[in-house]
Design a protein around this ligand. Sequence first.
Ligand code: ATP
Length: 252
Amino acid sequence: MLKLEGVSKHFGGIKAVNRVDCAIEEGGITAVIGPNGAGKTTLFNAISGIYPPTEGSIRFGDEGFDITGVPAHRIARMGISRTFQTTRLFANLTVLDNVKIGFHPRTRAGFMGAILPLLAAREEREIRLAGLKCLDFVGLADEACKPAGGLAYGRQRLVEIARALAGSPRLLLLDEPAAGMNPSESERLMDLIRKIRFSDVTVALIEHDMRVVMGVSDYVYVLDHGEKICEGAPAEVGLDPRVIEAYLGCGS
Ligand code: ATP
């Protein structure tokens, strides 16, 4: 689904990501873990087109289409959606309106809709229905008409996932989806992540909650100081002395 070769992102002298190779398998759930400042979000930012990598290549899909340095709005249209580490909802808009924003890369009426109101009205109805389906998928259909800012934090995170799904992604990048969730919310999140995968969306997630990482992922990449230090099945990676050292500052 996605192949990164020698991807780096440097900010002046800071090597936030340095020569990382990794592959995200289609239909799987891949986790990217590592201590604070390891370069995980920077890696997702490079993939999703927030900023171009300093070097390396990023290829997407069966055709291996080169998406290196392609801007974020085009990446979204190609089928890569993401959520962010901190919630980015419009607090005063309803939950449904926040989700409807996620359809933007795929709307068609555009300028024609402005001069042909019927076209715009039909598209608006379709988007509303599709938005409600996304909310139902994440278990929030009952909250559709509430202001997003009034929801508990864990539920706001689910609204963001619904919004990302609205773009009909082939690949969904989740940046710390369990942050701020209590144990029962993160349990439900794990079920949701599995359900997303079974709906034919490949998932990659950054996560600090090891219960979530171990519970859902098929494969794990570990970054430290911008470099990939280890990769493998979750159980193997958890026992690797390089990983233990990166997290705890001491070998096994
Ligand atoms: P965390 O788990 O704390 O979110 P992370 O693994 O996601 O950390 P990044 O946010 O990718 O780490 O940051 C990696 C390094 O790059 C850090 O030293 C950070 O300060 C630096 N960095 C990230 N973005 C920028 C930027 N826009 N300009 C300068 N330095 C940056």
